[in-house]
Design a protein around this ligand. Structure first.
Ligand SMILES: [Zn+2]
Ligand SMILES: [Zn+2]
Ligand SMILES: [Zn+2]
Length: 259
């Protein structure tokens, strides 16, 4: 399995517009965070999770050239706003609609923002076409399994995703945008080689886990390595990561995991 972090920033990205803080003006490329998404390659299948405002740039930068389907974790702007650029992947599929999995909340947001894309085939070449499907608890594929669980995130629930590749047995967990990880999601995450958790910032936040809560959750799951994502400009990558407990790292744009 291969995972590429296309973006690891919170909703404003880093640097923040008109902010002169040490992180926003830092020379460390790991402190430049576009909005949060990942690209997963499981048994040769290319799965895109979320499409941020920078999705097109991220695809060009990190060589994303193919998509088999798309999963939207929830309908917030920093996850849904780049979906128009999925049009290129419909084109590359020979003009067939791209399957989009999400919650009912996520799908209804897609219908409102992209009404022109809710069609069987692109209206004309180069246009997007989405086939909307409510995310089932389990997607069984020849290449592996994707399990979905709901994570609380203020007024919405977010899809937490667990990928298990059939050939290698590799297990990977992606829990972004959540205030906590409920018991069922903790159970599903057990045995993963790598886990990604929403870490946001040191201070508490009403709808996201802060760093302390993310560390506590990482210890509950007990994976060999946990990466924190959806990070704000309050986190200076180098010094901050050096102070984290063993086995807990910060994700950064362009980070690639292979296992
Ligand atoms: Zn700043
Ligand atoms: Zn969100
Ligand atoms: Zn978000």
């Amino acid at each position: 399995m291969e995972v590429i972090f296309l973006g690891t920033g919170a909703s404003q990205g880093v640097p923040i517009i008109a902010c002169d803080c040490a992180v926003c003006t830092s020379a460390d490329p790991r402190n430049r965070r576009t909005r949060c998404s990942i690209h997963v390659v499981m048994g040769g299948l290319h799965i895109q999770v979320d499409a941020a405002q920078e999705f097109r740039e991220q695809c060009l930068r990190y060589g994303v050239r193919q998509l088999d389907f798309f999963v939207l974790t929830h309908g917030h702007a920093d996850h849904v706003a780049g979906m128009d650029d999925l049009r290129r992947f419909c084109d590359l599929r020979g003009g067939s609609a791209l399957t989009v999995y999400s919650t009912e909340e996520g799908l209804s947001r897609v219908r409102v923002i992209y009404p022109y894309a809710i069609v069987e085939r692109p209206v004309m070449r180069g246009y997007p076409a989405f086939r909307l499907v409510e995310m089932p608890p389990v997607i069984e594929l020849e290449q592996g399994t994707i399990r979905a669980t709901l994570l609380p995130h203020g007024s919405v629930n977010v899809l937490g995703l667990v990928f298990e590749e059939r050939g290698s047995g590799a297990k990977f967990v992606y829990y972004t945008d959540c205030k906590c990880v409920p018991a069922e999601a903790l159970r599903l995450a057990k045995g993963a080689q790598a886990v990604v958790l929403d870490g946001l910032r040191p201070k508490e936040h009403p709808t996201h886990m802060n760093i302390a809560k993310a560390i506590e959750t990482a210890h509950q799951i007990g994976a060999p390595v946990t990466y924190l994502t959806h990070l704000t400009h309050e986190i200076d990558h180098g010094p901050f990561e050096a102070d984290l407990p063993a086995g807990i790292r910060l994700a950064y744009d362009g980070l690639k995991l292979t296992f």
